[in-house]
Design a binder for this molecule. Structure first.
Ligand code: UT7
Length: 342
C-alpha cells in the first residue's frame, strides 16, 4: 500500500438555505373544470382535500422551463451566481425522458457548467431528500453551493377520469440554494421508506409498454398512455398518523421544541392531512402553517418549496425563522428536517 487519500471533510462546515424560488404555471383550473369527468362536486373536493383550484402547465411550461424560472429566483434571493454552483439536484417524477437527467440541461442553461447534476426520484419526499443530500455535501466539503429543485408536470401523467387523483395532482416548480453558514441552518434529516406499500401510489405501467407517456398520446383519447394511481385512503391514514411521528423525530434531532418553531411546511398532499399533523404535533398558535394546496393543488416534489415561498411572500414567516419541513408520498418515502428560513 502506498500514498494516502485526503479527506474532504476538513474543508466543509455548517450549511443553510440561502434562497428560495418558485414558479407557478399561468393557468389556474377551478374545481368546476374537473368535476364532470370524475362525477364529483366542488363541495366534495373542497371538504375532502381543501383544494379550490390548481395550476396546470401549458405546452411551453415544461419541466426545464419551470425549473429555470424557480432556480433564477432562488439564485437571486441567495445572491449566488449560477457559475458558483457545484451541484444541481432535480427532484421529480414527471420528467418523462429517463435519461439523461434533466438536471444536466438545467445546469447548462443556467450557466452552472461544469456543476455535477443529477435527478432524484423520491416523489413527494424528493425535495427534502435533495436538501438532506445538499446539506451533507456542504458539510463534507464535496460542494460549496448546491441548487435543489422540486418540479412536476403531473397533469401530463394524471388520468382526468380517475376519481382519486384527477382533482389532487398539479404542476409547478420550487428551488432552493444551499450553501455554507456560520452555524447549522439545516437540521439532521429523518428519512426512510416503506416499500411494503410500494403499490399505494404508482404509475399503472412501465412507460415503454405501449408508448412513452404523454408524448405518444392518442389525440382521440384524453388519457395519457400511463398515469398515476393512488390508494387514496390508506395513504391518507398513513400520512396523517405516521408522519407526525417522523416530524417529531426531526424536531428532536435538531434540538428544537414545538414552542421554538415558527413555521410548519408539510408536503401539500391534502389540507386534512396538514390539519391532522398540526393537531398531533400540538403546534402552538404562533406557528405559521403552509396551506398552499388550496390554490396550487398537490405538486409532489415541488410542493414544499412552493409552500415555503408563499409563506415568505405573504409575510407569515421571515428570514431566520425556524421551519419544519416534511415530504412524504410514493414509495412510500418520507423525509423531514428543521431549517432556518433564508
Ligand atoms: O402526494 C402523495 C401523497 N398523497 C396523499 O397523501 C393523498 C392521500 N389521500 C387523500 O388525500 C384522500 O384519500 C383523498 C382526498 C384522495 C380521498 O379522500 P377520502 O376521504 O380518503 O375518500 P375515500 O376514498 O375514502 O372515499 C370516500 C367516499 C366514497 O364514497 P362512499 O363509499 O363513502 O359512498 C367514494 O366513492 O367518497 C367517494 N369519492 C368521491 N366522491 C366524489 C371518492 N372520490 C371521489 C370524488 N368525488 N373525486
Amino acid at each position: 500500500m502506498s500514498g494516502t487519500i485526503a479527506d474532504v471533510s476538513s474543508t466543509g462546515g455548517p450549511s443553510r438555505l440561502l434562497g428560495i424560488g418558485a414558479y407557478r404555471p399561468h393557468r389556474s383550473v377551478p374545481n368546476a373544470e374537473i368535476v364532470d369527468a370524475i362525477d364529483s362536486t366542488d363541495e366534495w373536493i373542497r371538504s375532502r382535500s381543501g383544494i379550490t383550484s390548481r395550476r396546470f402547465a401549458g405546452p411551453d411550461e415544461t419541466i426545464a422551463m419551470m425549473s429555470l424560472a424557480a432556480s433564477r429566483q432562488a439564485l437571486d434571493d441567495a445572491g449566488v451566481a449560477a457559475a458558483d454552483l457545484d451541484c444541481v439536484i432535480v427532484a421529480t417524477i414527471s420528467h418523462l425522458l429517463q435519461t439523461p437527467a434533466v438536471a444536466t440541461a438545467i445546469a447548462a442553461e443556467l450557466g452552472a457548467t461544469p456543476a455535477a447534476a443529477f435527478d432524484v426520484s423520491a416523489a413527494c419526499a424528493g425535495f427534502c431528500y435533495g436538501i438532506a443530500m445538499a446539506a451533507d455535501m456542504v458539510r463534507a466539503g464535496t460542494a460549496r453551493h448546491v441548487l435543489v429543485i422540486g418540479v412536476e408536470k403531473l397533469s401530463e401523467i394524471t388520468d382526468p377520469t380517475d376519481r382519486s387523483t384527477a382533482f389532487i395532482f398539479a404542476d409547478g416548480a420550487g428551488a432552493a440554494v444551499v450553501g455554507p453558514a456560520d452555524e447549522p441552518g439545516i437540521g439532521p434529516v429523518v428519512w426512510g421508506s416503506e416499500g411494503e406499500r410500494f403499490d399505494f401510489i404508482r404509475q399503472d405501467a412501465y412507460w415503454p409498454v405501449d408508448g412513452f407517456g404523454a408524448a405518444d398520446d392518442d389525440p382521440e383519447n384524453s388519457k395519457p398512455a400511463h398515469t398515476l394511481r393512488m390508494e387514496g385512503n390508506p395513504v391518507f391514514r398513513w400520512a396523517s398518523f405516521e408522519m407526525p411521528k417522523v416530524a417529531m423525530r426531526a424536531l428532536e434531532a435538531a434540538g428544537v421544541t414545538v414552542a421554538e418553531l415558527d413555521a410548519f411546511v408539510p408536503h401539500q398532499a391534502n389540507m386534512r392531512i396538514t390539519d391532522t399533523m398540526a393537531r398531533q404535533l400540538k403546534l402552538p398558535d404562533h406557528v405559521a402553517i403552509a396551506r398552499d394546496i388550496a390554490e396550487q393543488g398537490n405538486t409532489s416534489s415541488a410542493s414544499v418549496p412552493l409552500a415555503l415561498r408563499r409563506l415568505i411572500d405573504e409575510g407569515e414567516t421571515r428570514s431566520g425563522d425556524l421551519a419544519l419541513l416534511i415530504g412524504f408520498g410514493a414509495g412510500l418515502a418520507y423525509a423531514a428536517q428543521v431549517v432556518r428560513v433564508p
